[in-house]
Design a protein around this ligand. Structure first.
Ligand code: 5GP
Length: 112
């Protein structure tokens, strides 16, 4: 079971900023920017690469919640970054789909 599943189940505490039946958003424990929030589905989808057409609505919801959380955090005007890592080569360490919301500093390109 992933750490994120334990957070969903309430076994591990998290600083939650949004929650509904489908989606949970909470602050990253090791922030890489002044604001760093993770948005995850409650359905156990490993990554975007593992999603299928039945996951279309929840994938859309993740992006909408990410944008709403960014608005709440005051990131919209300056801009921010959404990232979802896929597989070990893509930098994914926890096998439950998560969207990183990163903001509060200037983002650079290319990313690391
Ligand atoms: P990944 O590298 O898989 O894309 O992102 C995993 C993220 O989860 C990392 O940014 C890491 O700091 C965060 N993380 C790992 N363990 C915990 C935890 O127990 N609580 C919280 N809030 N974030 C965690």
């Amino acid at each position: 079971m992933t750490i994120f599943q334990r957070i969903i189940d309430g076994e591990i505490p998290a600083d939650k900023v949004f929650e509904d039946e489908e989606v949970l958003a909470f602050r990253d424990i090791q922030p890489q920017a002044p604001t760093h929030i993770l948005v995850i589905p409650k359905k156990p989808i490993v990554s975007v690469a593992h999603a299928d057409s039945g996951d279309q609505a929840v994938l859309g919801r993740l992006l909408l919640v990410a944008a709403e959380v960014a608005r709440q955090e005051g990131l919209s005007e300056h801009g921010y970054r959404l990232v979802t890592n896929i597989g070990r080569g893509g930098g994914q360490r926890f096998d439950l789909l998560h969207v990183h919301v990163l903001g509060g500093r200037q983002m650079v390109w290319p990313p690391g």
